[in-house]
Design a protein around this ligand. Structure first.
Ligand code: NAD
Length: 479
């Protein structure tokens, strides 16, 4: 199926008529073409957004909120179609797309539809000066949203919903690897009655289309989720134009397991936090540190459970681990497994490609556990972003804390313990934007979301996202 750009309320071909192939990870075949849009397309989208902005920014909160809720309802009505498209495009098991990704995209619209109606700004009486200050939170104008392939609609909507709710018009680009559900979303926006030009969805490669959004002098804010190297590149382009930037980048998250935890719950959740979505979630716990007294038991139990995970075609309801997103990505992950072995890591399970019957050209890999001899080896330091985790033991809290923090990233961390004092101590000291204790990926959309160090700058979620997509203006009135 070929997809098109959505600009000014219409589906259009790219101006230069350039296209790229879209591959299906489940069978490795080309199943459509997508536009590789140029600066001209981005400018066309910008012009449409600029024209739509005055009217859109003047809509009442209720009007905006209703529209976003309508989009959310339409997504729910079309759950099956969207889940199929997401699974086909990304390789994730269809049950996962149906249970998590698409419902979460619907929740994003609903959440920000409601949040905008509660978005208050502060006022300060300047006592003794007969003056009052209040803060206006005004939409920025035309903003750019760029999202990755791992949670396609989930992360795309996580940006555009707050941007629209705050009264901005948007030029958005989903990943060229997984464009399908963003394309389908455009149809729902039309059906919901979103005015033309308010949301423009332009497809193409990062180096052409994405970069054209970042480099466009009049797109004043960029919300980006993707790799750390891309984030750094974007920051360099945006800095001389003083653009507002939100960068949600890579992670290499520690999963720290103490002997006093609830063992069974920890074990089940750790399998999930390691391999959900083929390990392609920025929040996956890819470095597992286990207290020495339970290390051998954990190793045996964990590997046994991981070996039971069924690798299969994304459409098979029994599949637990689907296909990796692309051939180059599969090759990158296999390369890291090779590096892990060279570094004297022991592959305890997995480590190999899987041929799924009937889909031999698909990008399947066995979930892989590597026991590493030291924490500073490359497989323990660099983001692999696939179904590969490292494990190693630790003796003391201080030791594990040092190892947990000794990476360039700081997105999330998971801590398994029933010791309250240790929880409080470690939560403060772990260098991460999110710390989960005795759980993983439990999300409340009101909470701030983002990373420290090379995992990014800025926060998404709740009021943080609405703050990002508005400019604060102080008005001081002397009376
Ligand atoms: P990527 O950086 O290659 O691409 C992300 C998006 O940026 C895509 O739409 C891509 O086309 C675009 N892009 C690429 N080069 C660009 C450029 N020069 N200018 C503008 N846009 C450009 O990342 P990816 O491979 O799609 O996604 C995987 C990465 O995303 C991982 O590192 C993962 O950790 C990270 N991620 C982070 C979070 C988070 O919330 N922190 C969430 C999901 C994924």
């Amino acid at each position: 199926m070929n997809i098109k750009n959505y600009i000014n309320g219409k589906f259009v071909d790219p101006i230069d008529d350039e296209w790229i192939d879209n591959f299906c990870p489940g069978n490795g075949e080309i199943y459509g073409k997508i536009p590789n849009s140029s600066k001209k397309d981005i400018n066309k989208a910008y012009q449409a957004a600029k024209k739509a902005f005055p009217a859109w920014s003047q809509t009442t909160l209720e009007q905006r909120s209703r529209l976003l809720i309508k989009i959310s309802e339409l997504l729910e009505d079309n759950l099956q179609q969207f889940a199929e498209a997401e699974s086909l495009d990304n390789g994730k098991p269809i049950w996962l797309a149906k249970a998590v990704d698409i419902p979460r995209a619907a929740s994003n619209f609903r959440f920000f539809a409601n949040a905008i109606t509660q978005f208050a700004s502060e006022s300060h009486e300047s006592v003794g000066q007969d003056a009052i200050n209040y803060t206006l939170r005004q939409p920025i104008g035309v903003v750019g949203c760029i999202s990755p392939w791992n949670l396609p609609l989930y992360l795309f909507s996580w940006k555009i919903a707050p941007a629209l709710a705050a009264g901005n018009c948007v030029v958005a680009k989903p990943s060229e690897v997984t464009p399908m559900t963003a394309f389908l979303l455009a149809e729902l926006c039309m059906e919901a009655g979103l005015p033309k030009g308010v949301l423009n969805i332009v497809h193409g490669l990062g180096s052409t289309t994405g970069q054209a959004i970042v480099a466009h002098p009049d797109i004043k804010a960029i919300s980006f989720t993707g790799g750390t190297a891309t984030g750094a590149h974007i920051a360099k382009i945006a800095a001389p134009m003083f653009k507002k930037l939100s960068l949600e980048l890579g992670g290499k998250n520690p999963n720290i397991i103490f002997a006093d935890c609830d063992y069974d719950e920890m074990l089940t959740t750790t399998v999930r936090s390691s391999f959900a979505n083929q390990g392609q979630i920025c929040l996956c716990g890819s470095r597992i540190f286990v207290e020495a007294s339970i290390y051998e038991k954990f190793k045996t139990d964990f590997v046994k459970k991981v070996k039971q995970l069924k690798v299969g075609h994304p459409s098979d309801p029994k599949t637990k681990v689907g296909a990796l997103v692309s051939k180059p990505h599969l090759e990158k992950v296999l390369d890291y497994i090779r590096i892990g072995k060279e570094e004297k890591g022991e592959v305890l399970c997995g480590g190999k490609q899987v041929k799924v019957k009937g889909y031999e050209k698909g990008y399947y890999l066995k979930p892989t556990v590597i026991e590493v001899p030291t924490d500073d080896c490359r497989v323990n330091q660099e983001e692999i972003f696939g179904p590969v985790v490292t494990i190693m033991p630790f003796d003391t809290e201080d030791e594990v804390l040092k190892m947990a923090n000794k990476v360039e990233y700081g997105l999330s961390a998971t801590l398994w313990t029933n010791d309250l004092k240790r929880t409080m101590r470690m939560s403060k000291q772990i260098q991460a934007g999110i710390v989960w204790v005795n759980t993983w990926m439990m999300r409340d959309l009101r909470t701030p979301f983002g990373g420290v160090k090379n995992s990014g700058v800025g926060r998404e979620g709740g009021l943080e996202a609405l703050r990002f997509f508005t400019e604060a203006k102080n008005v001081c009135i002397k009376y």
